[in-house]
Design a protein around this ligand. Structure first.
Ligand SMILES: Nc1ncnc2c1ncn2[C@@H]1O[C@H](COP(=O)(O)OP(=O)(O)OP(=O)(O)O)[C@@H](O)[C@H]1O
Length: 250
């Protein structure tokens, strides 16, 4: 049977998370519209698209933070239940920092993940070093710069070795040096075996980091597949226009 033209099934092997006809409707508008996408294990996938395309909403739907109007999220071949959600971690564009020191934020997350008290100090040290925040351990986390908070949030999210890390515009408003530090951390996370899904506006970032990309336009998946192909030979008009720096309005 032929599929409707608006459904693009990306040909991804080794799927960790799959959406099937995922739709989110509010006030009569489909903000996420019939998205069927597969996210491959061990890869970095970037979700690209213009403002308001539904990228953040899609990320929230696949993390189970909001319920879809219709469609499904399939995790490792099963429905997205509590253990599946526990195997995922999410970092928001403006990370949630606890009213504690930088080290205190890490200590608390280690405790929540069941790391015994005697093992926590060494792990806090290791995580601070990884994030390059050793000199800020005692500073209130909420006073860190945007880039520092993002780095802290990412290493904190890796506690418990999630299978998938979701990042919503982790380098929005960061300068090149902070962006590079965050990107290095994201690559480290992948090297440790975590699958990464990342919303970004930044074409250069997709080129630097992504193995797979998905492009959203007006809530619909315009195309998805390996970054090497899509970023050089996009097939859809919206993605082509976006890559060419043109203003595409549908
Ligand atoms: N919970 C919600 N209920 C209703 N509408 C929502 C909800 N969350 C987002 N929207 C709407 O869905 C649309 C897509 O929003 P979303 O934040 O996902 O876009 P985006 O692609 O991430 O955009 P940007 O790049 O500007 O952050 C917007 O019009 C937004 O107002």
């Amino acid at each position: 049977m032929r599929e409707p033209a608006n459904i693009i099934r990306a040909d991804f092997g080794g799927t960790l998370l799959e959406t099937r006809g995922l739709t989110y409707r509010a006030d009569g508008t489909r903000f996420v519209d019939d998205v069927s996408l597969r996210l491959r294990e061990g890869r970095i996938t970037t979700i690209l698209g213009p403002n308001g395309a539904g990228k953040s909403l899609l990320l929230r739907l696949i993390h189970g933070l909001i319920a879809p109007t219709s469609g499904d999220v399939i995790w490792n071949g099963r429905s997205l239940d509590a253990p599946a959600r526990a195997a995922q971690a999410m970092v928001f564009q403006r990370p949630v920092m606890m009213r504690r020191s930088v080290a205190g934020n890490l200590r608390f997350a280690l405790k929540v993940k069941g790391v015994p008290r005697h093992a926590r100090a060494a792990q806090v040290e290791a995580l601070l070093t990884k994030a390059g925040l050793q000199d800020m351990a005692t500073r209130p986390a909420r006073l860190l710069s945007g880039g520092e908070q993002q780095k802290l949030a990412i290493v904190r999210a890796t506690i418990g070795a999630p299978r998938m890390l979701m990042l919503d515009e982790p380098t929005a408003n960061l300068d090149p040096s902070a962006t590079r530090a965050v990107e290095t951390l994201v690559q480290d996370v992948q090297t440790q075996g975590t699958t990464v899904v990342m919303v970004t506006h930044d074409q250069g970032q997709a080129k630097r980091l992504a193995q797979d990309v998905a492009f959203l336009q007006s809530g619909r998946l315009a195309e998805a597949g390996p970054a090497a192909r899509l970023l050089t030979e996009p097939q859809s008009r919206p993605m082509k226009a976006w890559l060419d720096g043109e203003l595409y309005v549908d």
